[in-house]
Design a protein around this ligand. Sequence first.
Ligand SMILES: *Cc1c(COP(=O)(O)O)cnc(C)c1O
Ligand SMILES: [Zn+2]
Length: 374
Amino acid sequence: MLSHLECARCGLRHDADQPQNLCIECASPLLARYDLTHVRKPTSENSLWRYRDVLPVRDPDPAFSLGEGMTPLVPLPALSRALDATILMKDESLIPTGSFKARGAAVGVARAKELGIEGIKMPTNGNAGAAWALYAARAGMRSVIAMPEDAPLITREEVEASGAELRIVPGTIADAARAIKDVDLFDASTLKEPYRIEGKKTMGYEIVEQLGWRVPDVIVYPTGGGVGLIGIHKALHEMRELGWIEGPLPRLVAVQSTGCAPIVRAHEAGAAESTFWDNAFTSAFGINVPKPLGDFIILKAISETNGIATAVDDGQIAADRAECARLEGVFLCPEGAATISAVRKLRENGWLQADDEVVVLNTGAGIKYPGVRL
Ligand SMILES: *Cc1c(COP(=O)(O)O)cnc(C)c1O
Ligand SMILES: [Zn+2]
């Protein structure tokens, strides 16, 4: 059961039954904390709501779900042979709205509704805005979404169709944020509200459950804002506290594009935080985030698990996207393909062993990116 919110930086406690954004002392992201003493094993629901005892929505309405979660964990035998590695793919393409952003939106919107919030606003590179606009429509809530003008066209259409107010802004996601600064609605930007992480952490619960309640050796995650990586790490800690898993946690790998790699640069420098990445560009839009708000949490999760941050270039991502389609019949999103490029690189430089069991995240559907030339 949800007990309170805790600042990820200074630890200050916040009331979870009031709408909250960042820490009132230090403006850092807040993390949901639970009373884990009465948590039951998952229900038989075929969605992320099976983990309801570790989700923040006190009274989830089954009628609200679009079936988000419980995506398959698929072996990639041919690609594994080609790369001399052992690769399983958590396939988030099979989820409402076509990207794993649906997890964060389903839980974030449901909790916002429960707290009596009447509408949300958010700047986005595309998929998050689409998911939140659609789930807000499902919940009967207003939304205002701001997007850079080069965001993928399909995500624009999803937002428009949902009835949300869409603002197309020249520049980057930072300019989009400025464009809605004065809109008087709840700010649901990445990590500026505490419950998106909770939706995304269910990927961690699912991976472990689908492996028969054990952890893989390595989890490889395409990192933009890092919410999914932070969430998976949080889920692993919760499961350890619950006694559902034991032993060392999987090594967490953050993959970025060489066109926007603030976490890699910070990790390699041994820094606790990242610095702004100038002129960020990658065709893997979801990971084009020049200075993630939760950088210090991402970096800590990587070092605590003996993981690594690594950058791959857009040309290699394109090549591996094609390779995976050819060998496995799987058309990854560019961000998902970046995880394959990372496995290739880390196998070549010896960081990964052939028998390391590696779970890669395909965070969205390849078919959401028509015409993308990497
Ligand atoms: C948003 C997004 C990412 C990055 O997610 P974070 O959890 O914010 O790092 C990766 N892939 C896709 C397809 C996305 O939409
Ligand atoms: Zn704080």
